[in-house]
Ligand binder design. Structure first.
Ligand code: GTP
Ligand code: MG
Length: 182
């Protein structure tokens, strides 16, 4: 049996809590609380500690999914949650003023982790805001020295989130989550 831990991070409203709920085989654990200050203008609740969900690997262990809070005032949780993690998913909301700056901010915040593990970027809300394009993310990240997969995702879609997660797991260990492991 093997156990693997993946972290979902990114700004408020990117869809971390939603993505873990879309992927999880168990009822996810959430720590959403009523949003206050600026976040309340974006949505009613926000994660204050973490999300947790789990994917069962057909009698072969589990993939544990942890979501961080998006708000920087809870950034102490980012380090706590990073412990023992094998890969990072950065979710970015394209319908925000500076999504390219946000991806850069989160990759820099998690630089210790990404130097030791792999990461992928998922861009949500492209149905509402198609620009910047996926190629713009590639170009921006390449300028920063990161050649990394970037996918358009809707965090509400199990299929989109599985595709993103599989890309990450494949880059860590091609045997972890087989393409037909549905
Ligand atoms: N239109 C649209 N809505 C989306 C998409 N992805 C996620 N959502 C919605 O965006 C919202 C995301 O909210 P959360 O999942 O709570 O976001 P979060 O990243 O956990 O935010 P914090 O915990 O506050 O950091 C939810 O209402 C989702 O239904 C997308 O691609 N398009
Ligand atoms: Mg959340």
């Amino acid at each position: 049996m093997s156990h693997h831990k993946i972290i979902f991070t990114g700004p408020v409203g990117a869809g971390k809590t939603t993505a873990i709920s879309s992927l999880s085989d168990i009822d996810p654990v959430r720590t959403d609380a009523q949003a206050s200050d600026e976040t309340a203008r974006l949505k009613l609740t926000t994660t204050v500690a973490m999300d947790y969900g789990r994917i069962d690997l057909d009698g072969n262990g589990h993939i544990h999914l942890y979501g961080t809070p998006g708000q920087a005032r809870f950034d102490f949780m980012w380090e706590i949650l990073s412990e023992g993690c094998i890969g990072l998913v950065v979710l970015i909301n394209n319908n925000r003023p500076s999504p390219l700056d946000e991806v850069e901010f989160f990759l820099k915040a998690f630089h210790t982790l990404i130097e030791q593990t792999r990461f992928v970027v998922g861009v949500s809300h492209m149905d509402l805001a198609p620009h910047p394009y996926i190629e713009d993310y590639h170009a921006h990240l390449a300028r920063l020295g990161w050649n990394v997969p970037v996918f358009e995702v809707d965090a509400r879609s199990n299929e989109d989130m599985r595709t993103l997660l599989k890309a990450l797991l494949y880059s860590i260990d091609p045997g972890l989550m087989e393409p037909d492991d549905e």
